[in-house]
Design a protein around this ligand. Sequence first.
Ligand code: PLP
Length: 294
Amino acid sequence: MYNKTPVDEIRSAALDKAGIRLLVKREDQNHPFISGNKWWKLKYNIEEALKQHRTVLTFGGAYSNHIYAVAAAAKEHGLSSIGIIRGEETLPPNATLSFAKGNGMQLHYVSREDYRKKNDPEFVQMLHEKYGEFYLIPEGGTNSLAVKGCAEFASETLLPIDFDHLMLPVGTGGTMAGIVCGLQGRRKVTGVAALKNGDFLKTEIDKLIRESSGSTYENWSLLTSYHHGGYAKVTNELLDFMKTIKTEHDLPLDHVYTGKLLWAVMKEIDMGQFARGTTVLALHTGGLQGSLVR
Ligand SMILES: *Cc1c(COP(=O)(O)O)cnc(C)c1O
């Protein structure tokens, strides 16, 4: 199930003054549960899982949009799912984890120390001994099949939109890499890192792009100073900003990714980073399930 999503225009006196047109691709509305970029990241992973496995296993924190989406996608496609959750179990489970459970996901809690081993072959072997056969989807869902899905999204859905400059939030960089691949050097793309010390992501994104397309592109960049203190950290200014955007423009945002994205978009426009006459497209990647602001 996939719903085609609208492109909304945000209007304000400040935007008029700067001579910028601001559009928002509402990909948060593409699916009620497998929302935003997660739908595209999972598309070919689920297809792969269905070919040879009955079970998918993945990793995430207690508020993870990825865990939420995998649980829903597995259920929709008749797969079993296992979530390896970072940290101790808290009872009752929060809304994200109770949704995952409700969709049949088996939750397995591991210490932060063990969680760090999630990519070690011995740790994965231990999981196989415990759970048998499964198709492994990495934390956040980023792998070559995720990049492929996001590239398809960019070429089929974003390219037909009349814009000059795309901005999107970045966690692992998988979505951004896929979008850059799908645009094949057309338009400009700026990512906004949702975590602190995000410079390493440039290397990650570059690597994912090369692996997937065999090329490099020059039409993208990453902003690393809009994290508001770190991953999932917030400031009162950010929360107030999100509330204002919701009230004035009827645009709901989450505090981990899309709130920081919109903040960055507005700041960059304020600072005159875009030439007059530029159409900026902000990608709403979803994530509203875990939002602090309603
Ligand atoms: C997972 C997620 C991201 C980050 O995507 P990456 O491919 O890991 O960079 C961005 N926005 C939302 C809402 C997400 O859930």
